[in-house]
Design a protein around this ligand. Sequence first.
Ligand code: AP5
Length: 215
Amino acid sequence: MNIILLGPPGAGKGTQAQRLQKDLGMVQLSTGDMLRAAVASGSALGKQAKDIMEAGKLVPDELMVGLIESRIAQPDAAQGFILDGFPRTIPQAEKLDQALAGHKKKLDAVVSLEVPIETLVERISGRRSCPRDGSVYHIVQNPPRREGFCDLCGASLVQREDDKPESVRTRMQAYEASTAPLKDFYARRGLLQVVDGVGAPEAIEAAVVAALKPR
Ligand code: AP5
């Protein structure tokens, strides 16, 4: 099964993608994580993306499409994938269709996680991430076993550069202007499933899994 997780910053896309990867064996393809790895490695892509990401703006479509096209062609994506953070614009969605058709793959569902703005802000301000393996925590809602350190690999957790209030405002605006229209785009094709993203992560995962079942 190949699915997209849609939702504004802090909606829980990464959290749910990691859970689904573990429980259903699909691979998480997070463009945010890919870009952060590129920035950390100092690659050409990372150099182009760094300032754009820190400001909370969208990285140009042409860079993103190339990145995801090569990723879905890799062998582990054959077992099914969860797109987390891609597509984010209508042109990205159209290019994704072409890339999937070229690999004889298709989308099975698009799940939109719906969360009110005050909850998003609260989640983002408490988020801590593992720079090594991408694990996501929250200082209150989902703390690591040992404060400040990743449960899985032991690395020191960090707060993302783009989680400062000014960047968060820009990210929310970018979501509303460029990404939210994808809900209509996929609803017209009968692929959209809307899931309440408020509640315990395990309850939300159960709702996502239920939404993926054929009707
Ligand atoms: P990206 O990394 O994709 O960021 P985002 O979409 O803003 O989403 P977040 O990672 O902030 O939130 P999330 O929904 O994954 O929530 P999470 O699970 O972490 O992109 C970053 C940047 O990269 C973009 O701004 C852009 O510059 C660039 N970029 C990436 N893809 C791009 C593309 N396709 N095109 C152009 N540019 C692109 O959860 C948030 C917090 O809440 C965590 O602390 C978590 O522990 C907690 N939490 C999660 N679920 C729950 C729950 N149920 N209850 C309580 N707490 C919860």
